[in-house]
Structure formats: structure tokens, C-alpha cells
Design a protein around this ligand. Structure first.
Ligand SMILES: [Zn+2]
Length: 486
């Protein structure tokens, strides 16, 4: 009897679960409408969070107030938060729900040094020499938060099985916080991941991003008096100069997709001392990791040659290494459908006027805002210039990426103009759209197992047997900054 009762209870529970889940599945459209409404309800909160992040304007690995704010909201809403992950005090993972699928959403919130700016349509520093959100990461952080909160409410209300994980990812602009998070396996249990970024266009991103290696090249020589006994010296600066000369000759013999850029971070103290130490900070990029490896091999030879020619010694510190983005077309099509379902943003006359004034101030054609949704591009094209640490995640789990229009068309990125737009309704509108597209896409992944299976198949096929290997050596710790002393 006992056994029969138990069996009946199990069957009943199973049937109820299936009914609830089937009920949710049969009303995906209603659930999506509910999600959109829930994002709208949170618009005030999202603007407040975004503005607070904008005002904190904390640079890489100093995002203490920013991460605290986001964690506070998430905990209040019932998320379990794991703090200080991957050795970074400002990184966190917030989870809600249980079981599979596990869908990740990425949030960023670091600002850029020296870009302090008020939310005016002309250049005006808020704090002279201070930092500013010249990449719109305040919108990024708040928009991703909005998607996670709305999703949480819907999966809770409708008992949809699965887990949401919001990743608080610091230092995108500097060391690439996700490199450490990926190396430490924080994305390993995900079934898929979703991210976005502010832009001046709206599209589901299928063109990918460039792979990059980040190197610090160091030469050591011998000091001497530059006039009295220069023949006794060996100049580390000469070695740096020979290296840059060699690199600039190399440019003629690399593929058009390659980008090499550098700064000299140490070149000696005064002219009358032959420099004993000199340093070059160099980034090499290409559309694939292999392409970057080939370029870096040539750079290593140039460095060796420069050291021999100048009688100095050389050392290369490999600071970081990003993959190119592994695009998932299957999931991107799902995201595109949601983007088109939600529709493009409209702007009021004063918003367009604000956008045009910024374009005038930055010598850009005064097109205002571009609100059309781009079609899914031909993903076989080479990526545009630029790299992102989101790409690391894309080699661990199928990753989808969205850009929404948050700033006037064509303005220079990483500039005062982006800071201005990021505390303005131009930015907020793009943030709301991103939150809605991410939330509805995540919902599709929660409800439609077929899509996830297809996404995973595409992911596996594209990996071609490769297992993700981080460019960060095991055991290397993130180069933390001392608070208030960047
Ligand atoms: Zn950015």
C-alpha cells in the first residue's frame, strides 16, 4: 500500500510539473509580453542604477561601489550571490532558480580613465582628470540587471525550471576580467550565455571580434654618462626603438586583418644617463587566434634581434590573450526574432536635437539617432577592429551578443560623447531594448529545448575538437589595484 501511495504521489507531482511546464510552453507569447511589461515596470530602477554607476565611474578592478550596488539589488530580489569570484573583489555571480538549463547573462560596469564628462551635448569635464563611462558600461550593467530581474519574476511566477546566472564582470577595459573568470571555470556549467553592448546601431552581432595578445616587452641595459663615457653603456631605449622600427617594417608583411599598436611606457629618466631600463606595451590582433600567434612569433624574433644589436637583454611578459568571438548563428537567429518582435526605438525631437548637437561637436555628419534594426549580417566577413573578453565565454558555452543604439550615430567611441549619451534618455532607451531582447531570448532558451540542442550542436561543430584554453597562465592572479590609488 505504502509503495502504491508513493508511486501515485510521484506520478501526480510529475504530471503537475509537466502541466505547468506545458502550460508555460504553450503560452510563450504571453510570457514574453509579461516579461516586457516587467522590464517596463523596472525602468525607473534601471535608470537609477545606471545613473549611479555613471556617477561612480570606477575604473577597472576598482568597481567597489558599482558591484556593491548591483549585488545589493540582486540580493534584495532573492538572488544568491557569490562575491569576489576569480580573485577579483569586484567580480560576482548571482544565481536564481534551480536545475537545468542554466542561462548566463553578462554585466559590465567599469569606466575609462580620463574621460570624465557631464551629460551635456558639448565637451565639459565633470571632474577634471576623472574617469567616465566612455563605453557605456553603466548602461551595460543596469540593462543586464533588468533582464535578470524580469526573468526571475517570470520563472518564479510560472514555475519554469532552470537557473539564471548574472555575472558581474569587472575590468573589461583593462585586464579582461572574464579571462580570469573563464580560466577559473565559472562559465563551465552554462547551457548558453547572453551579453550585449551599447552602440550607435542596433543589431544581433554575428561578425565576431578580433583575437588579441597583450604583451609587455622589457629591455635591460647598462647605464653610463651619455656624454662622458657613452661607450660603456648599453641603451634599453635603443632596443625599444629598434623593436618599434622592426614592427613598423613588419606591417608591410602581415595580412590586412592584423592590427599592431603600442605605447612606450618607460624610456629612461634624463637624457644624460644611458637608459638602463625601457618598456614597450604592445597589443597584436587578428581575426583568429592562430593569426595573432603568427604575428607574436615575428614580434618575439624582432625583440631578440633588438637585444642582440644593442647589447641588452629582453623579457616578454604575456599579460593577456583573448580569443576571437565564436559566433552562434542558431541562437543569434532566435535573438534576432525577439529583437524584431519588440521593434525599433523611436525618439522625440529634443532627443534627436541632442544627438545632432553631439555630432556637430564631434565633426560627424548630423544623422541623429539610427533606430532601424540591422538584418543578420553575413557572418563569414572578417570582424571589425576591436576585441572583447566576452569572446572567452563564447569558447566555453554558446554565447549570443546584441548591440543596441544608445548614442548618436557615428560618434567616436571611448570618448566624451559616449559618456554624455550614457546618462541621457538616448542611452536609457537602448538599455531598455537590450534588457527586453536578452530576457525574451533567455526565456526561449528556458522553454525550447530544441533550440538549445541545435545551438550546442553548432557550438560543438565550430570547436572542431578544441577545448578552451585560457591565455592566462594557471595561478596568475589578477593585477589588483590599491583602492583610491589607480
Ligand atoms: Zn565596452
Amino acid at each position: 500500500m505504502r509503495k502504491r501511495h508513493l508511486k501515485l504521489i510521484i506520478i501526480l507531482i510529475f504530471s503537475l510539473t509537466q502541466l505547468t511546464f506545458a502550460g508555460s510552453k504553450s503560452s510563450t507569447k504571453e510570457l514574453k509580453n509579461e516579461l516586457l511589461g516587467r522590464v517596463d515596470e523596472k525602468s525607473q530602477l534601471l535608470v537609477e542604477v545606471s545613473d549611479a554607476l555613471w556617477e561612480y565611474a570606477e575604473i577597472a578592478l576598482l568597481e567597489y561601489k558599482s558591484s556593491k550596488l548591483l549585488v545589493g539589488v540582486l540580493e534584495k530580489e532573492g538572488f544568491d550571490v557569490e562575491r569576489e569570484v576569480a580573485g577579483m573583489p569586484t567580480a560576482f555571480v548571482a544565481s536564481y532558480g534551480s536545475g537545468k538549463p542554466i542561462i548566463g547573462i553578462l554585466a559590465e560596469y567599469d569606466a575609462l580613465p580620463g574621460l570624465s564628462q557631464d551629460n551635456t551635448a558639448f565637451k565639459k569635464a565633470r571632474i577634471e582628470g576623472g574617469a567616465g563611462h566612455g563605453c557605456g558600461h553603466n548602461l551595460f550593467g543596469a540593462g543586464s540587471l533588468g533582464a535578470a530581474l524580469a526573468l526571475k519574476e517570470v520563472i518564479e511566477a510560472h514555475k519554469i525550471p532552470g537557473t539564471i546566472k548574472l555575472y558581474g564582470c569587472p575590468a573589461e577595459e583593462d585586464i579582461g576580467g572574464k579571462l580570469y573568470m573563464a580560466r577559473d571555470g565559472l562559465f563551465d556549467d552554462l547551457d548558453a550565455c547572453i551579453a550585449w553592448h551599447p552602440s550607435y546601431e542596433t543589431s544581433v552581432d554575428v561578425r565576431g571580434s578580433q583575437a588579441i595578445d597583450d604583451l609587455e616587452i622589457e629591455f635591460s641595459g647598462k647605464t653610463s654618462h651619455a656624454a662622458f663615457d657613452p661607450w660603456k653603456g648599453a641603451s634599453a631605449l635603443d632596443a625599444v626603438e629598434m623593436t618599434t622600427f622592426g614592427i613598423n617594417l613588419l606591417r608591410e608583411h602581415v595580412k590586412p586583418t592584423v592590427r599592431i599598436h603600442y605605447v612606450i611606457t618607460q624610456g629612461g629618466k634624463v637624457p644624460n644617463i644611458v637608459p638602463e631600463h625601457a618598456k614597450l606595451w604592445l597589443w597584436a590582433r587578428d581575426s583568429t587566434r592562430q593569426g595573432v600567434k603568427d604575428v607574436v612569433k615575428r614580434v618575439e624574433e624582432i625583440v631578440k634581434g633588438a637585444a642582440i644589436a644593442t647589447g641588452t637583454s629582453s623579457k616578454i611578459n604575456y599579460k593577456g590573450s583573448y580569443h576571437e568571438m565564436l559566433v552562434n548563428l542558431t541562437g543569434s537567429k532566435v535573438m534576432q526574432k525577439n529583437l524584431e518582435m519588440i521593434g525599433s526605438t523611436t525618439y522625440m525631437d529634443e532627443e534627436v536635437a541632442f544627438a545632432k548637437r553631439i555630432q556637430k561637436e564631434t565633426n560627424i555628419e548630423q544623422k541623429g539617432m539610427i533606430c532601424e534594426i540591422n538584418e543578420l549580417e553575413d557572418h563569414t566577413k572578417d570582424p571589425e577592429g576591436g576585441s572583447t573578453d566576452v569572446a572567452e565565454v563564447s569558447w566555453v558555452t554558446p554565447t549570443l551578443h546584441l548591440s543596441t543604439s544608445c548614442a548618436p550615430y557615428g560618434i567616436p567611441w571611448h570618448s566624451w560623447a559616449v559618456v554624455s549619451s550614457s546618462k541621457h534618455s538616448l542611452g536609457y532607451k537602448g538599455m531598455f531594448l537590450a534588457a527586453k531582447v536578452m530576457a525574451t531570448t533567455a526565456l526561449d532558451l528556458f522553454l525550447n529545448k530544441e533550440v538549445l540542442i541545435k545551438m550546442k550542436k553548432e557550438f560543438k561543430d565550430k570547436l572542431k575538437g578544441y577545448t578552451y584554453k585560457s591565455g592566462i597562465p594557471p595561478g596568475q592572479k589578477p593585477p589588483l589595484r590599491v583602492k583610491n590609488n589607480p
